[in-house]
Design a protein around this ligand. Structure first.
Ligand code: EPU
Length: 295
């Protein structure tokens, strides 16, 4: 069995920032793009002999790596993991499929119910792992089953959605488990109806969220029965800035990075806002963005 450094598809010291929507942060000590099960098995076989963590990257729309980088194997699925198949029992998609692409493919086939994914810039694997949602629906509501490869054991298990402990922005999928593909439920319907719904979702997001900027969506999870954005806004924190990262003027739970921003700026702003919110309201906000390599 080869060591990670010996595999031709594994690269050293690759910047992770460009692979994320924030474009911030330093390098990963090991990085591999795998386009097939065979490649994935080879890389994971070598990873098992190492002592470093595994970090499966989706579209990088919810991840920030520290400026110093991380000592980990960052894995990105591509190639055969990008397939969508309209099966009789559901919409089947590889883990690397982008969620807007999934929504559009389903609607084009007259399969409705996945339109909410049109505005979520993540991947199928990321949606399962975080129970991604928006516009009144969550992955939990549409997921039938998932194939998961346990990186430690090298074995694949098919799990029903009900076995994944899917809750608000939460699942039981661990960091060493790689989602391979997922099967989604649908309701048959008219493509025009789905297209209209997708247009409305896109319009809504343009109106209320700072699209076209460097961000990773909501910074904090919403506390029970309230909205992190509403709370941060009510405390007058829009525009609060650390370095080159600011609380968005458009939506207070989006923090927008400028061209000179560092991951440390973002991390400090998150810490500052969290501190003000708990001091003034008693509410302890939990981050939705995954921060890696910060102490
Ligand atoms: N609000 C303010 N000021 C702000 C922002 C929001 O007063 O600056 C108020 C709004 O007026 C509204 C309430 O807060 O009354 C909730 O705001 P919004 O409708 O924008 O929803 P949200 O709770 O902030 C959630 C998800 C989003 C998802 C939208 C739409 C979370 C943490 N966020 O946002 O998901 O797009 O609903 O369904 O659950 C994400 O997870 O990255 C994400 C963008």
């Amino acid at each position: 069995m080869s060591a990670l450094a010996d595999l031709d598809i594994v690269r050293r010291d690759i910047p992770v920032g460009p692979l994320t929507t924030y474009k911030l942060g330093g390098p990963a000590s090991f990085y591999a793009e795998v386009g097939s099960r065979d490649e994935l098995d080879r890389v994971l076989g070598a990873w098992r002999q190492s002592q470093i963590p595994l970090l499966v990257l989706g579209r990088g729309s919810n991840l920030v790596v520290s400026d110093h980088g991380i000592d980990a194997l960052v894995l990105r699925l591509t190639g055969s993991f990008n397939e969508v198949v309209q099966r009789p029992d559901g919409v089947w998609a590889g883990a690397a499929v982008r969620l807007p692409q999934l929504a559009r493919a389903a609607v084009a086939a007259g399969r409705l119910g996945l339109e909410f994914y049109v505005g979520i810039p993540g991947s199928v694997g990321g949606a399962v792992r975080q129970n991604a949602g928006g516009h009144g629906r969550e992955t939990k509501d549409v997921l039938i089953e998932v194939s998961i490869l346990d990186g430690r054991l090298g074995e694949v298990e098919v799990k029903a959605a009900g076995e994944l402990d899917l809750r608000y922005r939460h699942s039981s999928v661990a960091a060493h488990q790689v989602v391979l593909d997922a099967l989604f439920a649908f309701e048959p319907g008219e493509s025009e109806e789905g297209e209209a719904r997708m247009r409305e979702i896109t319009r809504w997001r343009r109106e209320y969220q700072p699209g076209g900027t460097l961000n990773a969506g909501s910074v904090f999870k919403n506390p029970p029965d309230d909205s992190a954005g509403r709370i941060i806004d009510s405390l007058g924190l829009k525009g609060l800035t650390v370095g080159d990262v600011s609380v968005s003027q458009k939506h207070a739970n989006f923090f927008v990075a400028g061209p000179a921003a560092t991951a440390a700026d973002l991390y400090r702003l998150v810490d500052e806002v969290r501190g003000i919110v708990v001091a003034k309201t008693g509410v302890e906000l939990e981050t939705e963005i995954q921060f890696e390599g910060f102490s």
